[in-house]
Ligand binder design. Sequence first.
Ligand SMILES: [Zn+2]
Ligand SMILES: [Zn+2]
Length: 152
Amino acid sequence: MGNRCPDCNKFVSLDVAEPEAEQPEVNGDDVSVDVRVVQICAECNGEIKEWNATLEEVLNDEATIHKEENPDDDKHVIEAEWQQDPEVEDFYRPREEPKPNKKGVIKPVPLRFQTHYYKVSGAIDLSCSCGKSLGSIQVESEIESSSFDDLT
Ligand SMILES: [Zn+2]
Ligand SMILES: [Zn+2]
């Protein structure tokens, strides 16, 4: 779709590579983690576009309560770790919500009136340095495909 790959010099379609995820960090009541998502040349795997996403979520109740029960105690430091590698998916969403016609029927929106998005998401396990496990949280972020940064 109009992407010329500088490596193989062809007009190519793009695939998305496995996301490159940093380790999650706990800062106060927040967990944040950087994930790099790259669209690659379907022919030669050359990198064409990237998205450096920062996924953020607040701690769950379990971790918040455990923190509150053990204030200013350096034996209780909340830690976060990926449950499994985050996943990338892409999808289309209508630019405007489809409205029912006169008969009350909502017709599917044609693709040309929809926007292409990418979403990265995953589950993060929370635990305390005292050994207590504190459940998990879900993190995600999405952008329009056109908002990826060009690498070419
Ligand atoms: Zn290529
Ligand atoms: Zn603890």
